[in-house]
Design a protein around this ligand. Sequence first.
Ligand code: 5GP
Ligand code: MN
Length: 322
Amino acid sequence: MSREQARRVLEQAQRIAVATHIAPDADALSSAIGLTLILRRLGKEAVAFCDDDLPPRLKTLPHADEIGRTAHGSFDLRVSLDASDPSRLGQAFRGLESLPLLNIDHHVTNIGFGTINWVEPAAVATAEMVLWLADDLGVALDPELASLLLAGIVGDTLGLRTPNVTPQVLREVVRLMEAGASLAALVDTLFNRRSLAALRLFGQALAGVQMEDGVVWTVITREMRAASGLHHANDLSLSSFLIGTEEARIAAVFTERDDGQVEVSLRARPGYDVARVALAFGGGGHPPAAGCLVPGPLEAVVPRLLAALKAAAQGETDGKAP
Ligand code: 5GP
Ligand code: MN
């Protein structure tokens, strides 16, 4: 129903501002840029925005260098991609608040902030939903669009390794590869590249790891970041690594930002749910991977989050893989 509404509202619009979330990942950027390519193929004006710096690894995605931070120009529709609440868009839509907003997302915690909301928690990536839209709108895949959409799917499934990767998803991957996307090149870009500075910070954070009551966690302080020379530490994939700890059911990484706020990156084993904890602290995500941004200081945030995480590590949810 809302997929149909999404198609219709996009067909009717002529000038479209597309935005994705701050701290962008591959799915965020690829779904936003991918949708603009689809809309341009239909003869429309479409521009993508992200109100944050792009991690270096994602600057190699097709058209990533054309992304603006805040929408400027004249538009008749806003589209939000991969963002579960409007704060995640930063100032991307500043000044355009009166325009209708189409909210396309796959986070179960999406609060339905659009004029039209198309939210599919069963989709492995927002990029997968954009692929469905391309089909609905009759836009054929070309190598650039296919590479973008495969980047989103590969990014959010950790290289097609998460439990939600079904035969249908793999058939979509085959279509994208046949249209010209390189799975090997994307896996290499998204997972096999890390700067020496990032590696050192990763190692330092790993050395400080702690474990209690099924929760494994570590902290990255401002001083650690400054010493490493890394301005942003949200591209380390450290929480995904920590959840591999045999004894752990939940993993958390606390990163102190320059403004004192604390970024919390959460992971859970199948059957445990960190999306609920993240939502309770003003964030969101998926049951196995979620996050939130919490006012500091770090010393206060860590024990509050740990109490909630330890409770979540006690209770299996419905036992089903997320
Ligand atoms: P990551 O730990 O990889 O940064 O994020 C894991 C998941 O949680 C992603 O789906 C991401 O969009 C979501 N997420 C991370 N931080 C936040 C946040 O501060 N707010 C919301 N709503 N979602 C977040
Ligand atoms: Mn996503």
